[in-house]
Structure formats: C-alpha cells, structure tokens
Design a protein around this ligand. Structure first.
Ligand SMILES: [Zn+2]
Ligand SMILES: [Zn+2]
Length: 590
C-alpha cells in the first residue's frame, strides 16, 4: 500500500491548514493548503515517484512552495514549515480537533475566549455552562461536543485499519534499511485485518540462530531492537531489551504503539501464529494440542522436548490435524471445525475483483471527472466501474437533479462508445428518503445499469423506522444494492439501530445485494454481518465509495472485510465478468 505516503503528506497539509486557521491566518493560504491536501490525497501514484519524474511540478494546484515542501518531505520525512506551525500552538489543542464536530474555528474560539487547551478543560467548561455562551456555540452545539467527547473516549486507543497499515509500513520501510532482517511481518489484529487496531505487532526474523552466522550479519537481536527504538519517528520508548522493543511512534495520523519482536527462524511460524491471534482462536488451538498430548506456544509445537513444528505456520496447523486457516478467519467463529473437516471456504481475494460498484465524480462531490475515474479504474485492471453520483436530496454533496442525471447517463453512454478496456456502468447513489421511498422516479432508475440506494439522513431514527426504510427500498425492483447499510463511521458515528437479520432476510427474498463499503472509516457491512449475509445467500457488492481516483485503491479493505465474513468469490457480485454481471443485474428487474 504505497499510496499511503500520499495520505501521510496530505494529512500534513491538512494539519497545517488547521493550525493556521486556529492562529487566524490568511484565509487564502489556508484554502490553498487544503486544496494541496486534497490534490495529493487523491493522487493515484506515489508522490515521490511523481516528484522524481517531474510530473508533480506540472500538476495543477501544486505551486513552487508546495513543491519545495514535498521535496523536503520525501528527503527528510518532515516539513519544517509544519514543525514551525505546530510549535506556535499548545500541542494539546490538536487533541480538540479529534472531537467529532469540533473544527479549527471552534478550537480557536475555545482557546482565545476560554483558554481551553485540551479535552479535560473542555469538559470542565461544558459542565460550568461556559461553552454554551460562546458566540456561535449555543446549547445544541455544546451537547454535540459533549457527545463527540464521549464517542472519542469510547473509541480512544484504537485506530483505523488504514492508519495501522500506514504505521506498520513506516516501521517496516525503516527496518529494511538494516541488513540482517530476513523477514519482517506484521502480526496481531493488523494481519487479521480487524476493523480497528490497538497496537501494531511486527515480527522480524533475525539472521541465523547459530552464533557464527549472526556474527556475519553483524546484528544481534539487541542491536536490532536498538535500531528500532532509535528510529526518527519514535516518540517514546516503552520498553526495550532482549528480543522485544515497544514504542509509541508518531505517524501523520494518530500516535501508535508498535511492538517489534526478534524471533529465531526455527520459531518464526510459531511466533507468527501466536502473535497473530485471535486469543479465542489460539485458546482453541492450544486445547487441541493438549488433547493430543502436545504443547503449543510461541516457540513451537512440542512433544516432550522434541519440536514437531515451528518454522512455518502451515506445519503447526497440519500437525494439529487442521487445514491451514487464513489469518482473516482466526476468530473462533467455526473455522477450526471446518478446518478439521477440510471444508474451509476459499476466500475471495483482491485478484478476483473485476470492478468497483461505488464511485463519485465532479458531477457531485468527487474530485475527478468520469473519464479520469474510468482511466484510473482501467489502470487497476478492472473490467467495469459503476459511476454512482449522489441524488438531489443530498444537497451538501451537490446531489444531481433528475435532469442532470439523465444528461449524465447520456454522457456515460457517449464515453463508453470511445473507451477501450473498461466499461462504465451508469448508476446513481440514490437517497432512501425518510419514508423509504427513493429520491428518483422508477422511470429514471430504469435507465441506469446499477442503483446503490443509501440512507444519508435521520440515521438516529428508531429501530422500526430505519429498518422499514431499508426494507422498503429493497422492494424497489431497480435497487441493485443497499449502500453502507448501517451508516456507521468508525470513531465518529454509531451504526443505525437496524434490524440486520430482517434486512438480510429481505435482501435474500428480493434479490438485492448488500454493499461492503471498502472505505476503512466505514467497512459497512462489517465482517460478522457479511457472514450472516453470505450464509443467507445474499450477494455482497464491494464498493470503495471513491471520491477521487486515489480512493479506488481502498478496495483491499473491502475484500478483507468480506473475506473475514467468509465470503468466497461466488458471494461477491463484482467478481463476475461483465456479461454475467449484466444478466444478474436483469434478474430483479420487471
Ligand atoms: Zn453514501
Ligand atoms: Zn457514496
């Protein structure tokens, strides 16, 4: 996931804009930093590559001073202007920006008027009814801030999957610089692609176990750990010694705890198995070992003193009488029983995906044109891409009127006429309105290839209401799938109080697919709900919800989530070749 360094750089520019806004600096400069953040965040190619080839200098929105900053970042990993800006405000102010609903403007007011520098002070000021009286705040906003703090505290300590991948990549790239690391492998919940990650575990295999070879490599485990703890991104060392180093590292996103362990090659598989978890899965494995008179730990599988397996994970599962279990399935959700019977599913993989079902363009709130999105999708090797811009009710996202959509459909057909190597599916992300009706008439929907129906408002309505709305939308013969069915945004917004068994049953009955939104802040449906859908025979539709060419790269998060829900290739709609997809799409229509 090399695109992540673009995300990191984009976050720096966004952060600089935030700080300038808190400092009350020039509006024009703030906006231009935000624009740079967006442009870089949406680039499909690594910024370092574009810089080297000189293409970056020609990119609209990237001026001379931005170019210099990007150069500095690529060279040194930091930007001086960014550091200088950070030095001008109390660091704890940035903590306030993490509260959902609190932007730089609010932070500025809180800081200047009430001298609030962090969350504890803000909570106190809320209790003292001081925040409510600030200009532009009021009771409603104060209540929203309070909810935001509660949410943050509930979610705190865990980071999103993409943030964890970025942190791991940072450490792995750094460790690679030192000779003698033969294998560097993330373990833990990151390897299992759990939707949020506590800390990042990395295993390294350090040279040979025998002293002569270790000397040839010139690195002892202690030296390797020392190399890690001295990395420029390490903020605080929590522990270092022997074969394990633990540190808090700075990333362009949140701070992350990373544990690095040096493991000898003969135990690498056992350690990888042990540290990948989950706990529940490992407890089951140990029970199986004990029943067979064996002992399983992070060093290997033993019979008395004799080591039966340890170098490779596969051997451990084999010696326990189990098929190899993909890390994505290791949750004790039935995978051990299936592995014993040799009936584990063959999980869907990224390579099976032939297209993306959910993408926005400049017609609504996307940052790339239809042609640019088509080209980026073709470069990913896709056969098709669904263009699904917003409908009229989503005013904030510049949703399209029926007239605009009708014109866009014609435009898509014209573009398809000259496109080679990829087909655009004319689609829309149609709002499901409060009463369960759709934002467009059936007549118009009939002209579309795919219809993603999504709820974007009144997510807090009672269970019957939100469930009824979704069920009714599925009754519409033109609705291909329900977009981000529960509406959750990880770390920001809870899921709707949806009756998921009812939704899944109705999806099966009406032949409607359910989306697995691949955006790592959504992952919606989530893994366990994917599993319920798969078991009910409901097709999953994977979509990145891309708002630019760069976010088409989020598909692996959707695939991992579906696979964690035991989805095979056959369960995922967009693994179908186009002709078969077209006939599937016709099945529900009158
Ligand atoms: Zn949406
Ligand atoms: Zn969308």
């Amino acid at each position: 996931m090399r695109v992540m360094s673009n995300a990191a750089l984009s976050a720096i520019f966004e952060r600089m804009a935030d700080v300038m806004e808190i400092l009350g600096e020039d509006r024009f400069r703030i906006n231009s930093y935000r624009k740079v953040a967006r442009v870089i965040g949406e680039m499909p190619t690594d910024v370092g590559v574009l810089l080297e080839s000189g293409q970056l200098a020609d990119t609209p929105g990237i001026g001379k001073s931005t170019l210099a900053k990007v150069e500095e970042f690529v060279r040194t990993g930091t930007i001086t202007a960014h550091q200088e800006l950070l030095a001008r405000i109390p660091p704890s102010l940035l903590e306030l920006l993490r509260i959902p609903g609190v932007g730089p403007k609010s932070v500025k007011t809180l800081y200047l008027d009430l001298r609030i520098r962090g969350i504890p002070e803000l909570k106190q000021a809320l209790d003292d009814s001081l925040v409510q009286t600030l200009p532009g705040f009021g009771e409603k906003k104060a209540a929203a801030i309070r909810r935001g703090i509660e949410f943050l505290e509930k979610a705190s300590g865990r980071i999103r999957l993409d943030q964890a991948f970025a942190a791991a990549q940072l450490v792995i790239d750094y460790l690679r610089q030192l000779a003698g690391f033969e294998r560097i492998q993330p373990a833990g919940s990151l390897r299992r692609c759990v939707e949020t990650i506590g800390d990042v575990d990395i295993l390294v295999c350090g040279g040979k176990a025998t002293p002569p070879d270790a000397a040839a490599d010139g690195q002892t485990p202690e030296q390797m750990i020392e190399f890690f703890t001295q990395a420029p991104f390490v903020e605080r060392v929590l522990g270092a010694g022997g074969t394990k180093g633990s540190a808090i590292i700075r990333t362009q996103g949140p701070v992350v705890q990373v544990d690095v362990r040096v493991v000898p090659p003969e135990s690498f598989g056992a350690a990888l198995q042990y540290f990948s978890g989950s706990k529940a899965h490992n407890v089951r494995l140990r029970e199986i070992a004990v029943k067979a008179g064996l002992k399983l730990n992070e060093y290997g599988l033993f019979e008395g003193q004799a080591m039966l397996a340890g170098a490779a994970e596969e051997e451990i599962y084999a010696k326990l009488g189990l098929d190899f279990i993909d890390p994505l399935l290791r949750e004790d959700r039935g995978e051990i029983e299936e592995a014993r019977k040799h009936t584990l599913p063959r999980l869907v993989r990224l390579a099976d995906i032939r297209g993306d079902f959910h993408a926005h363009t400049t017609a609504t709130d996307g940052s790339a044109t239809i042609e640019e999105m088509a080209q980026a999708a073709r470069e990913r090797g896709y056969d098709y891409l669904g263009i699904t811009d917003h409908s009229q009710s989503t005013v904030i996202a510049n949703g399209q009127s029926p007239q605009r959509l009708a014109r866009q459909i014609e435009q898509i057909h014209r573009i398809n006429g000259r496109l080679k190597g990829i087909t655009l599916l004319a689609g829309a992300e149609v709002d499901i309105l409060a009463d369960g009706t759709l934002d467009f008439e059936d007549e118009l929907l009939a002209d579309l290839d795919i219809v993603v129906a999504s709820v974007h408002s009144a997510l807090g309505a009672p269970r019957e209401r939100v469930t009824m709305r979704t069920l009714k939308a599925m009754d519409n013969p033109y609705v291909t799938c329900i977009g981000h069915p529960t509406g959750r945004v990880i770390g920001h917004r809870d899921a709707m109080d949806l009756d998921l068994p009812a939704v899944i049953e109705h999806a099966a009955r009406t032949g409607t697919a359910l989306e697995v939104n691949a955006d790592p802040s959504r992952l919606d449906l989530k893994d366990v709900h994917c599993k319920m859908a798969v078991e009910a025979g409901v097709k999953l539709a994977l979509g990145t919800d891309a708002h630019g060419t760069g976010s088409l790269a989020l598909m692996p998060f959707g695939v991992a989530t579906a696979a964690r829900g035991w989805a095979t290739k056959g369960d995922v709609l967009n693994t179908l070749p186009l002709p078969r997809l077209r006939s599937w799409l016709k099945t529900k229509r009158p």
